[in-house]
Design a protein around this ligand. Structure first.
Ligand code: COA
Length: 258
């Protein structure tokens, strides 16, 4: 199947661009505006990106983009950025990509058939300025950005990679209906959890299994080898970030359980 080159429906954002966000600096709500970013926004995007990277408590949480990579997404050849502006400038952005069949396609980590790699849409990074954290912008920008790509003409596969130590991001991606389906290796060592969601599937029911510590890669490997998927994530005050594994139920099993 030929790789997806989704159409970006700009009107989805342009018809309803405004949202109110709590600003932690001014301690007031700011009226903010969403926009699909163009190449002219590169300097602003890189400035926000560098400031977010520089204040990460652990640099392993997040692999920075080069200027060239970001420019490649902004020109909308293999991705796009949805940005959020306040009256002072760019406050947040979300990157979505369609990686084609090349090595950057996370489908390789899940053993997705070559013929299906072209259907993969990838959630790349989200950066939220610290003054807007806590407004649920990672989830909101993802949903709005994905809304611009609807309707999919055929079955899309949504993938993303998250550090097992990036609790906020992992909890948010699971809240969006994604599940841990594999691991991404670097230098032959698993370093990222790979999450998946089928865009044509409404929702998934799970036969619930054990909880594992998010940072315990061996336990993830064990669960995945047993055919289980990580479908729930929570921050436990004593045990830290936890992931629950389970087995996907067929839709009729879900109906029986309800
Ligand atoms: C991950 C990230 C995008 C989440 O931002 P967000 O959408 O604003 O987060 P949420 O609204 O879901 O936040 C939920 C809670 O976590 C807190 N929080 C979010 N990010 C936080 C961070 N980096 N450090 C500490 N607390 C954080 C919020 O304040 C909120 O707490 P509250 O409910 O008590 O107010 C943001 O933290 C960020 O830009 N991080 C740096 C880059 C990164 O890691 N990106 C994700 C990988 S692609």
């Amino acid at each position: 199947m030929a790789p997806v080159k989704p159409v970006i429906h700009r009107s989805t954002i342009e018809n309803s661009p405004l949202l109110s966000c709590y600003n932690r600096e001014t301690k007031k709500s700011s009226l903010c505006r969403l926009a699909i970013l163009e190449t002219e926004a590169l300097e602003e995007v890189m400035a926000l990106h560098q400031s977010v990277i520089s204040e990460l408590e652990n640099p392993d949480l997040y692999i920075p983009y080069t200027r060239e990579e970001m420019a490649g997404y902004l020109n909308q050849e293999h991705g796009f950025l949805l940005g959020m502006y306040d009256e002072t400038g760019l406050g947040a952005f979300r990157v979505i990509a369609w990686p084609g069949e090349g090595k950057d396609n996370l489908g390789h980590c899940l053993g997705i058939a070559q013929s299906q790699l072209g259907q993969v849409i990838q959630l790349e990074g989200t950066n939220v300025h610290p003054r807007y954290r806590g407004n649920g912008l990672q989830c909101l920008l993802t949903e709005k950005a994905m809304g611009c790509l609807q309707p999919f003409e055929r079955e899309g596969i949504l993938l993303t990679a998250v550090s097992p130590l990036n609790g906020r991001s992992l909890v948010n991606m699971v809240a969006l209906g994604m599940h841990i389906a594999g691991l991404k290796n670097q230098n032959n060592k698993p370093v990222r959890l790979v999450l998946r969601k089928s865009l044509f599937q409404e929702s998934q029911q799970w036969q619930k299994g054990p909880w594992v510590e998010a940072g315990d890669i061996e336990s993830h490997q064990k669960m995945l080898t047993m055919g289980l998927k990580g479908h729930e994530a929570k921050m436990d005050a004593e045990k830290g970030l936890q992931v629950r594994y389970g087995r996907p139920l067929l839709s009729h099993e879900g109906a029986i359980m309800r």
